[in-house]
Ligand binder design. Structure first.
Ligand SMILES: NC(=O)c1ccc[n+]([C@@H]2O[C@H](COP(=O)([O-])OP(=O)(O)OC[C@H]3O[C@@H](n4cnc5c(N)ncnc54)[C@H](OP(=O)(O)O)[C@@H]3O)[C@@H](O)[C@H]2O)c1
Length: 285
């Protein structure tokens, strides 16, 4: 039995779909079973638990062999994830597949890769089998630019002219399920990126081509982007954390292209152009 933590979220929901497609039994953890039922495949066994409640987490892990561990980026993430790893060990789980981030390191400038590195270290020394998945910025975040592309033909982002090797969530989900089901994949750190690194200018160019209308990238300042994030309800902590990452992207430090997906899955990762083509209706009025 696999336990999917973050099952109704961006990556967890696709991990659930992939497990269902492969006929693998799994349990989906959520804080609200009624809400989750409508979002999850019918095969999902649902368990209600809050990651801040150690007893509920331990109960959710009973009879589980493998865990997919994704939590939202927030100030509690290290405590929650370390809690899951310790409880997994106590419950006799064999393997944890942790969603981390590209560039996770105790020496990283931005807080998110630093916090992920703390959890990674705890997992590495836990005695459990593990796979650590390190994706770059999700391609799916580009869908958030759909409204401004439709209304003004513009993409606003604080990334200057930096190249980013965006990662498709589908590639993360496929890799996660392979890690959860292949006994040979253990004690692995897998960097997951797209096939190439793109600037927001090249994304805009591709959208012009796909939509038949002029789309342009409008770089914005970090302070304006932060203010928009706070206005949009991201909260101060997450807005600051995301701006720290965009400072790296603007400095062209998000351009690393990995061949780990090909090594694990035997095929190339999704390309941004393919992704945009699949989702072109999100950018067309
Ligand atoms: N976004 C990116 O571009 C990007 C890039 C690289 C790495 N990452 C990493 O990806 C991770 C986020 O993954 P994601 O986007 O798949 O997650 P997500 O969509 O933000 O959240 C996953 C789920 O967490 C659950 N959750 C929230 N609070 C909870 C609690 N107290 N107890 C139990 N469950 C709780 C929610 O489920 P319920 O509401 O059903 O309870 C939610 O659906 C972060 O660590 C981030 O650093 C993100």
């Amino acid at each position: 039995m696999i336990l999917v933590i973050g099952a109704t979220g961006n990556t967890g929901s696709q991990v659930c779909q992939e497990l269902s497609a492969q006929g693998i039994a799994y349990r989906a953890l959520t804080r609200n079973a009624d809400d989750a039922r409508g979002k999850l495949p019918t095969e999902a066994e649902i368990v209600e638990a809050d990651l801040g409640n150690a007893d509920q987490v331990l109960r959710a892990l009973q009879g589980v062999t493998g865990v997919y561990l994704a939590t939202p980026p927030n100030a509690e993430m290290v405590d929650w994830q370390i809690g899951v790893i310790d409880a997994a060990k106590q419950a006799g789980v064999s393997k944890v597949v942790k969603l981390s981030g590209l560039g996770a390191s105790p020496d990283a400038g931005p807080r998110l890769p630093r916090l992920h590195a703390q959890v990674e270290e705890h997992l590495r020394t836990s005695g459990l089998d593990y796979c650590i998945l390190q994706p770059n910025l999700f391609m799916q975040n580009l869908l958030g630019h759909g409204d401004s592309v439709k209304s003004d033909g513009l993409i606003y982002a604080p990334a200057a002219n930096g190249q980013i090797s965006f990662t498709d969530i589908g590639d993360i989900a496929r890799t996660a399920v392979r890690c959860l089901t292949d006994d040979n994949l253990k004690q692995e750190v897998i960097a997951l990126t797209g096939r190439s690194a793109e600037t927001f200018h090249s994304v805009a160019e591709e959208l012009s081509h796909l939509t038949g209308k002029q789309v342009q990238y409008q770089p914005v300042s970090f302070s304006d982007a932060r203010a928009s994030m706070v206005d949009a309800g991201y909260g101060e902590w997450l807005s600051d954390a995301l701006i720290e990452l965009f400072e790296l992207y603007a400095d062209n430090q998000g351009s690393y292209v990995s061949d780990d997906y090909k090594k694990v899955m035997g095929r190339q990762p999704t390309q941004v152009n393919e992704f945009l083509k699949q989702h072109q209706s999100a950018f067309m009025s």
